[in-house]
Design a protein around this ligand. Structure first.
Ligand code: SF4
Length: 325
């Protein structure tokens, strides 16, 4: 097999809208000893659409733990016996302080709450607080109504995150308290509200490559703007065993997503440090152009300064955050 020639064909197809399902199988079956050739194609597609610009973001867990939903992998589910702190909604001052910290580091700021959804009073408080934050802000507050999305939009929230977590076919093995279609409906409502949508999932749950392919195509069909890819960082007390995937297998997932959705923002999020360790910078060569900087919902991260050093050494630069002033 001439892997250089195949990689070149994948690159050309990606520049023309994305690889097809047969090409996705080629990526899935790509031998690990030849993966640097696949990286070259994915990296050059990333560079074609984003040049040296990367899109990190910073998240704040504004309401932690005690979630009614039974997502088997999640440290915040009330169905799992974890040590995660159960914390009521953060105060406006706490949210604004974290927003200012993110702005100082040129990072979009995203508030994330556990639970199926916030109460109307809680949403009002979050909306009023975010309206005072004049830079780029995003939100992930669970299932919202059309009216609630309109409130967020009025407050200047530009992007809504709602992950589908995994493929439609594998979802019932991981979550039983709500359906994949309910999640997809929320994604569609956010899009209809005129917001950018950030929607991805988590890998290393026991899903097959066929289910990863299915998931990738489902996200492509939804035409979301940004796709966070998480690699399961197992927390004691959750119900999914630690993933057995190697770092290179996780990175091959990134390649498949980049080549299938060439112009979308693809972020490597939770599990980056845990699974990739010293190979973290390879996320960009695998085609990612974004990441979460400064820690996750219930686990720590590499730190904003270390992330800044990493991208600087690669000749990459953070996209300047927009202002809603
Ligand atoms: S993933 Fe979200 S909905 Fe599921 S248990 Fe965790 S916080 Fe709740």
């Amino acid at each position: 097999m001439d892997y250089f020639k195949i990689a070149s064909e994948l690159y050309t197809k990606a520049l023309n809208g994305g690889i097809d399902t047969a090409d996705m199988d080629t990526v899935i079956n790509w031998p690990v000893e030849k993966i640097s050739i696949l990286f070259a194609a994915a990296d050059q597609v990333r560079a074609h659409f984003f040049q040296n610009q990367v899109n990190p973001c910073s998240i704040m867990n504004i309401k932690s733990g005690g979630c009614s939903e039974d997502c088997a992998f999640c440290a915040q589910s009330g169905h799992n016996k974890t040590d995660v702190e159960i914390r009521n909604l953060a105060t406006p001052d706490e949210i604004i302080a974290r927003y200012e910290h993110a702005s100082k580091h040129n990072l979009p700021f995203c508030v994330v709450s556990s639970g199926r959804k916030l109460s109307r009073d809680e949403i009002t408080m979050v909306v009023d607080t975010l309206a005072k934050c004049k830079g780029e802000k995003h939100a992930s507050l669970g299932i919202l109504t059309k009216d609630e999305f309109a409130l967020l939009k009025q407050a200047g929230v530009s992007c809504y995150n709602h992950n589908l977590e995994t493929s439609r076919s594998f979802f019932p093995s991981i979550v039983t308290t709500h359906t994949w279609d309910e999640r997809a409906s929320t994604v569609k409502l956010a899009k209809e509200a005129g917001m950018d949508v950030c929607c991805g999932g988590i890998f290393g749950l026991g899903e097959t490559w066929e289910q990863r392919k299915e998931f990738c195509l489902e996200l492509k069909a939804l035409d979301v703007d940004s796709i966070p890819l998480n690699f399961l960082n197992p927390v004691k007390g959750t119900r999914v065993p630690a993933p057995k995937e190697t770092p290179l297998e996780f990175l091959k997932i990134v390649c498949m997503f980049r080549l299938t959705m060439p112009s979308k923002v693809i972020k490597v999020c939770g599990g980056r440090e845990y699974h990739l360790g010293q190979l973290q910078s390879l996320i960009f060569f695998a085609g990612a152009n974004g990441y979460i900087s400064g820690g996750y919902l219930t686990t720590g991260g590499a730190g904003v300064d270390n992330d800044d050093i990493m991208i600087g050494a690669l000749g990459l630069a953070k996209k300047k955050v927009t202002s809603n002033v």
